[in-house]
Write a protein that binds this ligand. Structure first.
Ligand SMILES: Cc1cc2nc3c(=O)[nH]c(=O)nc-3n(C[C@H](O)[C@H](O)[C@H](O)COP(=O)(O)OP(=O)(O)OC[C@H]3O[C@@H](n4cnc5c(N)ncnc54)[C@H](O)[C@@H]3O)c2cc1C
Length: 474
């Protein structure tokens, strides 16, 4: 949350990022860190974003497993995602325990000059004025209220603005999934997995993840539709028993875990995919899970959270310094984040739709990444799949040439309209059918330029912000 007045400024000399775009920021967090969180497998886009935020060195030196890619064993066929081979040494990510990772990020925020208030639960927001009001209670239960220049809703799936204020969050029946997972003390990856890589293994009804964390621990989880899950759960006395049964039924996963034992309790969480109706409005932006959540198949959650945080920050600082108008910044954000989400969603939906046919999603990847005219023309492309699933296409398209995004988003919006008319989803049918959000309601018109006919672009050098692209096409 950003405030113009407010306390919390620190006495020591400001670090680089603070000097660059000094804004007073107050962060209200209802819990105390560290705290448990799921979401352990990261994508390479987090590296430059963490560098920009000042947190990269601390994350790098913590000792998390370095991740160089993945294997998707889909329909029994392996797609190897090897970032080092494809992009070079500097393209890696980490497998993290989120309690440590999130605590590093929170500490970093404080070091950068943010006024961090833990145990501060936001109770109410009021967006009726140009600048939002926020009411929160501190750990003693004392109520506080303040007005801010901008409110950034980073409240995760609680979704203060969309789920609780606008009530405009839309989910999708085909993606009402449930995840069940725990931790193993020993396991091994599929042969050929790039160092530190995740394995995602499809089954008839869902898929497994197997993630090597630090200190020899492995995170192992299963995702399936809630109806299938309910049925499976009824047949088992405990969640531990259910997870072990699910693993036993899939030889590939069973073999990876042979010789290891479960070393933590089994957890269960809903992982319904959804998208807010509005990602921003006058005086506010939604980021991360507060804006949209995508099934974890491609490990996109933290990527989307950090990516949207970076976009929203760029929009706010460039509005405050007068580079863009408030309206221009908001259009840029709506287009950029929604296009990013819809594209990733489409890829994941295709993977679910035809679990037995890996060529299908590799063909879709090519269309999504290059905007080619129709699936009939497309060759399956691992390269395009890796570009998209690593999040790198998202960075490319908002910082540079976004022609592909525009072409793809427009085409898929049209296709989705058609598919919705021709084959509306029948609740209760086999989960996994491709069923888009009503993307025809998505404001893709940001492809239209600013009022002055230029195109906006995200820049990080010499400082984070938006730039009017001089070579605008319109
Ligand atoms: C089963 C499963 C597996 C996943 N696996 C992966 C993965 O491998 N890789 C990946 O990248 N992502 C994964 N994700 C997604 C990932 O967990 C999220 O996308 C990511 O944590 C979103 O970050 P966020 O900052 O938006 O929200 P969060 O990390 O949830 O942070 C929200 C914060 O807001 C605080 N808050 C909420 N309400 C209030 C309030 N009223 N007042 C003050 N503070 C409040 C919360 O305490 C919390 O700290 C997975 C998700 C699921 C469900």
């Amino acid at each position: 949350m950003c405030s113009s007045p407010g306390a919390g400024r620190r006495a020591q000399p400001p670090p680089r990022f603070w000097r660059k775009r000094a804004k007073k920021v107050t962060l209200l967090e209802r819990t105390g860190f560290p705290r448990y969180h799921i979401g352990e497998s990261l994508l390479p886009t987090v590296v430059p974003i963490l560098e920009l935020s000042g947190a990269k060195r601390a994350v790098d030196s913590h000792g998390f497993t370095k991740k160089w890619g993945a294997i998707f064993r889909w329909g029994g066929v392996d797609t190897v995602v090897d970032w080092k081979e494809m992009y070079g040494e500097d393209h890696h990510a980490w497998q993290v325990d989120r309690s440590s990772f999130d605590a590093i990020l929170l500490n970093n925020a404080e070091e950068q000059g943010v006024n961090v208030l833990e145990g501060a639960r936001v109770e109410r927001i009021d967006l009726s004025e140009a600048h939002p009001w926020v009411r929160w209670t501190d750990p003693e239960g004392v109520a506080n209220e303040a007005q801010y220049s901008y409110l950034v809703d980073a409240s995760g799936r609680a979704g203060l603005i969309s789920a609780q204020y606008h009530h405009d969050r839309k989910s999708n029946e085909a993606f009402e999934n449930v995840a069940i997972w725990s931790y193993w003390d020993r396991a091994r990856p599929l042969p050929g997995t790039p160092a530190g890589g995740i394995n995602s293994i499809s089954t008839e009804d869902g898929w497994f993840w197997v993630i090597p964390l630090a200190n020899g621990q492995w995170s192992v989880g299963y995702v399936t539709h809630r109806d299938v899950f309910r049925e499976q759960r009824r047949r088992h006395a405990t969640d531990d028993e259910l997870l072990e049964h699910l693993i036993d039924a899939v030889p590939a996963v069973r073999e990876l875990l042979a010789g290891g034992s479960r070393c933590a309790r089994t957890r269960i969480e809903q992982d319904y995919s959804y998208m807010a109706g509005r990602f921003c409005g006058p005086g506010y932006y939604l980021i991360g899970d507060a804006a949209c959540f995508l099934d974890p198949l491609l490990s996109t959650g933290v990527h989307l959270a950090l990516f949207s945080a970076m976009l929203a920050s760029a929009c706010i600082v460039s509005t405050l310094d007068g580079t863009v108008t408030d309206e221009e910044a908001r259009k840029f954000y709506e287009y950029g984040l929604r296009g990013t989400y819809v594209r990733l969603f489409t890829l994941v939906a295709n993977m679910y739709e035809r679990r037995a046919d890996p060529q299908y999603y590799l063909r879709t990847a090519r269309r999504l990444n290059r905007g080619s005219a129709s699936s009939a023309e497309d060759e399956p492309s691992v390269r395009d799949f890796v570009d998209l699933s690593a999040g790198l296409a998202d960075l490319r398209d908002l910082t540079g040439d976004d022609r592909w995004t525009r072409a793809v988003v427009d085409r898929f919006a049209a296709q989705a309209r058609e598919e919705q008319v021709n084959s509306p989803h029948q609740p209760g049918t086999t989960p996994g059918g491709l069923n888009f959000y009503p993307v025809h309601s998505v404001p893709f018109d940001l492809a239209a330029p600013t009022d002055t006919g230029e195109v906006l672009q995200l820049v990080v050098d010499p400082a984070l912000g938006l730039r009017r692209r001089p070579d605008g096409r319109h």
